[in-house]
Design a protein around this ligand. Structure first.
Ligand code: ADP
Ligand code: MG
Length: 334
């Protein structure tokens, strides 16, 4: 049996309107945040939902967590329906969802875990040992008696994950687990997620960081505008772009015609112009197409026509960001 199943999930919201409520006329306009999303997560798998802001990742994970009711379709956790059997579902999953105040800031780390252990029906005789074990494991023991409001973002996030694991659920849902963390804390947290998966737990995570999805996930569903646009292992997603499909140019200068000029080169299918790190630095431009090796002189000429000097050119390994650009014509980053 699959740990998680999403079947044609759909979620509509009333359209967010600039008009105040009392000025609106007629029925509220609807906006479809998630449309026909289907996937199956095997037991023990790490499954990533990757997509830009607004893609519908949080909405999807909240439906699976029983916190939002689907407008259509259904979700199952360990075979239980999230709408008809929410208690059975909740008993089997732990969740750390973005933007949710899942901790009491005026309690200590230890007090938080003790409180939630009781709430989650951890047997009274086991609460103390379970809390200590999680504090140790998530490297929180030394600061366990400090108020959570004094914790760093990384510590709060580790404590939230410890809270989600209190009742030893087989399934863990993580919404943007490393958002807002410094690189070191993010690396540390990814290591923790790998360990949780190695224990045999099923992990469903959302992220808009392609490296994170790539490093952690056994399989990835790429989401855009409420739909899944591709679903596969990271390796197979990248293998969709063949060897001469991605060229990186490092360009200095250039004007507003740059993207159009490169797109006009025969064979080019997509162009992404990154921002320069500093105004006079070279910026990275990704060009996609078929068999681009032969097109390199034309690309340099096209850049020059838009006022840009080419400092360096390379044919590069595709990343998941390239896969997203290939599928949507847009950059994954905002
Ligand atoms: N409560 C809501 N009411 C109206 N629109 C919403 C609501 N929550 C999310 N949305 C919209 O739904 C879309 C998907 O949002 P979300 O699921 O949060 O995407 P993601 O997590 O991928 O950034 C966005 O356009 C967002 O603005
Ligand atoms: Mg989100």
């Amino acid at each position: 049996m699959h740990a998680i199943v999403a079947e044609h999930l759909r979620k509509e919201y009333p359209k967010r309107s600039a008009q105040p409520l009392w000025r609106r006329r007629g029925p509220a306009e609807r906006f479809t945040a998630v449309e026909d999303v289907s996937f199956e997560v095997r037991a023990g798998e790490v499954f990533g939902l990757l997509g830009p802001n607004g893609a519908g990742k949080t909405t999807t994970i909240r439906m699976i967590a029983t916190l939002l009711e689907p407008s259509a379709g259904r979700a199952l956790v360990a075979g239980f329906d999230t709408v008809r059997q929410p208690a059975e579902v909740r008993r089997r999953l732990g969740a750390v969802l973005a933007g949710e105040r899942s901790l009491y800031w005026k309690l200590t780390g230890r007090e938080n875990l003790q409180y939630f252990a009781v709430l989650y029906d951890v047997p009274a005789s086991r609460v103390r040992a379970r809390v200590e074990e999680l504090l140790q494991r998530f490297d929180l023991a030394a600061r366990a008696d400090e108020l959570v409001e004094r914790y760093s973002t990384g510590m709060k996030q580790r404590l939230s994950i410890a809270r989600a694991l209190l009742a030893d659920p087989p399934v863990l849902l993580l919404d943007e687990p490393t958002l807002g963390l410094d690189p070191q804390s993010a690396r540390n947290l990814r290591e923790i997620i790998r360990e949780i998966a190695a224990e045999g737990r099923t992990v469903l995570l959302t992220t808009h960081y392609m490296e994170e999805a790539d490093q952690l996930s056994d399989r990835i569903a790429i989401m855009d505008k409420g739909r899944i646009v591709a679903l596969d292992t990271p390796e197979r997603l990248k293998a969709r772009l063949d060897q001469e499909a991605v060229v990186r140019l490092w360009l200095t200068g250039g004007d507003g015609r740059l993207r159009e000029s490169l797109l006009a080169v025969p064979g080019v299918t997509a162009v992404q112009v990154d921002d320069a790190p500093a105004p006079d630095d070279p910026r990275r431009v990704t060009v996609q197409g078929a068999e681009l090796r032969g097109a390199l002189p034309s690309l340099v000429a096209a850049a020059a026509a838009a006022g840009a000097r080419t400092d360096r050119v390379e044919i590069d390994e595709p990343t998941l960001e390239d896969v997203f650009l290939h599928l949507t014509g847009r950059a994954l980053r905002d």
